[in-house]
Design a protein around this ligand. Sequence first.
Ligand code: GUN
Length: 284
Amino acid sequence: MAVILDGKELSKKIRGKLKEEVKELKEKAGRPPALAVVLVGNDPASEIYVRNKIKACGEVGIRSIERRLPANTLQEELNQVVRELNEDDTVDGIIVQLPLPEHLSCREVINYISPEKDVDGFHPVNAGKCLLGLYDEGLMPCTPAGVMKFFEEYGIELQGKNAVMVGHSNIVGKPLANMLLNANATVSVCHVYTDDLAHYTRNADILCVATGVPHLIKADMVKEGAVVIDIGISRVNGKIVGDVDFERVKEKASAITPVPGGVGPMTITMLLYNTVKAFKMRMG
Ligand code: GUN
């Protein structure tokens, strides 16, 4: 039976430390760290994510600023909102909640966010620092950074291990594959065009999955004793499920993240972490 990697517990621990730190920083600087969240339109999933982010800020003492824009906002108007937040000295972190309405380019608006305030870690400058392993000099994307915290916390060795990343998105797959490579794992990246996925996954000591395909990874695709990180989240018949067939895979793995309660809570925790980090970097 696998060790269950508990994202709620780890989040609680990190958020507890952040709360202390925020209190000290506020006393020193005369204001708390602040996160601005830009939400365009009213995608129901985005509404929930934004609400959770704002609630999490409040719990650790980070000030949050919500900027809601109508679904028919023009690109130039959205860019202008970001420009104003860049120039606002009392704002430390800026996120534009994705996805945007179809007529808007996320690439364009992300490029407008000042890299020093890009707490999602999506700006090309931060993506470059991630590639080079210059983690301390920039802001790293929250979900991959949260996964790396699991390896640290549970003492999971990466050097020399076969790590397989399934999914090659800009938000998760690519940066996490880089982080694993920077930790000296031997990394394979699989994706929707990969021929014979199981051939790769069966050889993985560390298997990370971020595809959004419910229960893509079955027990016969997993090596005995593997560490399995499930970064998928889908709703099937009203139930939240991951990309891994948890009930069967947990009998084979040495450690596994559940869905919900695994990687999910860590994403918001790392957003709080990045906001505090951005504040400290700006304050020198
Ligand atoms: N939509 C889904 N995940 C994310 C995220 O990590 N950041 C932002 N800004 N939007 C998202």
